[in-house]
Design a binder for this molecule. Structure first.
Ligand code: GLN
Length: 484
């Protein structure tokens, strides 16, 4: 059951071979056994999950089921879910019960999906290892000495360990793709604006985008059909006709031109990852694709640009957490200013404070032109690099992450080393393009490797098809960690 695809699960539910309550119980039991060590979930509520499942069973019995009705899923704890504690991995929101549903959550509910719980994440989605979570790090199910990646590490570990059939994540600089790579699952960050950010706690609003995390590209496509779509409550939500993201799954790859950015196969890439990615490219050639060398010359500027723009936006977004309206308030303080200062000093962790300070600095008078405006200009150049590349190829491929999962503590004392682990993912967010990670092998340490796919704007369906064809020919996506 736990390795069954969403399509097969939906068929079993439709034929009444299993009920949603039974299916949900399978996952709740696995969570009860495995989560105490993995720490993938921050909040669970069995009674609510089972009530969702009973409602789904009634809907199936009444004959008006949608494609994913009755299927359980886990939501990253960045999405507000009515009645659920929504912490965003922080102490600041430790006791915050969301009074409404994020668009993504309401879409999943409307589809009749069952909420299994809220998954662990780096505090306010800032991190690449889950080590900044106030609730403790998530362990990588493949090797508990290793990080699961971040910031959607809880969702990634939950899917990898089969504690959930599918999950939601968000990606501001790589937070769906990098944890997907490090835990051997498939994840998609859509084109900016395709999935509404309403009710998704804001980190860097011009970069944040939600997407599916699943065992396979086919499962991602099915969840995209539920998550995507115009929402007037997000001013950057794009008004486009609804799409069926499964439409290109069966499309053959003959003639596909794959661009290989020189800068993604250079210094800094581990030999293990390079070998697995090369093997995947060989498989694509067998499937009829051709490869062409391309260049994304401003790749090395993407990290410095991101670490000006994302903190700038974060410093503004996080100013709402002041101890007055909601969130943590220091128990003892003098005047109003002292209350703000103590609440924020105690409510935020080190990485979040570092970003707020950088962001406030680059936005301040005298530095705005020198840093923020410069970064905006380079952001445009980075987007132009991709536009140029897509004149020569249909899709770009390369590694998702320079290495397999690293050990706890390896990078947590060195922010710059941590930031560099997103070198291949961040430019995609700066350009607003869709990106995916697909499992394509393991390193000599047995830890998974991810192949990154980068498509042109709105090419999600095509990318999912390109990934699905590879998954029909290989079995990396079917492997699950042993001895969890
Ligand atoms: N690791 C990056 C950061 O720390 C990206 C995080 C994300 O995509 N949410 O900001």
């Amino acid at each position: 059951m736990i390795n069954t695809s969403l399509k097969q699960l939906a068929a079993l539910l439709g034929e009444k071979k299993i009920s949603s309550v039974e299916l949900t119980q399978v996952y709740l039991d696995r969570i009860a056994t495995l989560n105490p060590e993995l720490n993938a979930f921050i909040t669970l509520n069995e009674a609510v999950s089972l009530a969702d499942a009973r409602a789904a069973d009634a809907r199936i019995a009444a004959g008006n089921a949608a494609p994913l009705t009755g299927i359980p899923l886990a939501h990253k704890d960045i999405f507000c879910a009515d009645g659920w504690r929504t912490t965003c991995g922080s102490r600041m929101l430790e006791n915050f019960i969301a009074p409404y549903d994020a668009h993504v959550v309401s879409q999943c509910k409307a589809a009749g999906m069952v909420t299994l719980g809220k998954t662990n994440m780096d505090e306010f989605a800032m991190g690449s290892s889950n080590e900044t979570s106030y609730y403790g790090a998530v362990k990588n199910p493949w090797d508990k000495r290793a990080v699961p990646g971040g910031s959607s590490g809880g969702s990634a570990a939950a899917v990898a360990a089969r504690l959930a059939p599918v999950a939601t994540g968000t990606d501001t600089g790589g937070s769906i793709r990098q944890p997907a790579a490090l835990t051997g699952i498939t994840g998609l960050k859509p084109t900016y604006g395709v999935v509404s950010r309403y009710g998704m706690i804001a980190f860097a609003s011009s970069l944040d985008q939600a997407g599916p995390m699943a065992k396979s590209a086919e499962d991602c496509a099915l969840l995209m059909n539920v998550m995507a779509g115009y929402d007037e409550r997000d001013s950057t939500s794009l008004e486009r006709p609804a799409e069926d993201y499964t439409r290109d799954l069966d499309r053959p790859l003959a003639g596909l031109r794959i661009g290989l950015p020189r800068e993604y196969f250079a210094e800094g890439l581990s030999a293990d990852v390079a070998a697995a990615v090369d093997a995947a490219l060989a498989e694509y050639r067998k499937l009829g694709a051709t490869t062409v060398d391309i260049s994304l010359p401003n790749t090395k500027l993407s990290i410095p640009v991101y670490y000006v723009l994302a903190p700038a936006e974060a410093s503004s977004n996080l100013s709402r957490f002041d101890g007055v309206r909601y969130g943590y308030r220091a128990p003892e303080y003098g005047d109003l200013t002292d209350m703000y200062e103590k609440s924020r000093a105690q409510g935020f962790g080190t990485e979040v404070k570092r970003r707020i300070m950088i962001g406030t600095y680059v936005l301040s008078h005298g530095y705005y032109d020198a840093y923020y405006m410069q970064a905006q200009k380079i952001r445009r150049l980075i987007a132009q690099d991709f536009a140029e590349a897509f004149r020569q190829c249909d899709i770009i491929m390369g590694p998702t992450s320079p290495d397999t999962a690293f050990d706890f503590g390896d990078k947590s004392g060195d922010p710059v080393a941590m930031y560099l682990s997103d070198i291949y993912t961040i430019a995609v967010n700066l350009a607003g393009l869709p990106g995916m990670s697909v499992p394509c092998g393991t390193g000599s340490n047995g830890r998974p490797v991810g192949l990154q796919l980068i498509g042109n704007y709105f090419s999600e369906a095509k990318m999912l098809g390109v990934a699905h064809q590879y998954q029909l020919a290989t079995d990396w996506h079917t492997r699950m960690p042993e001895n969890i």
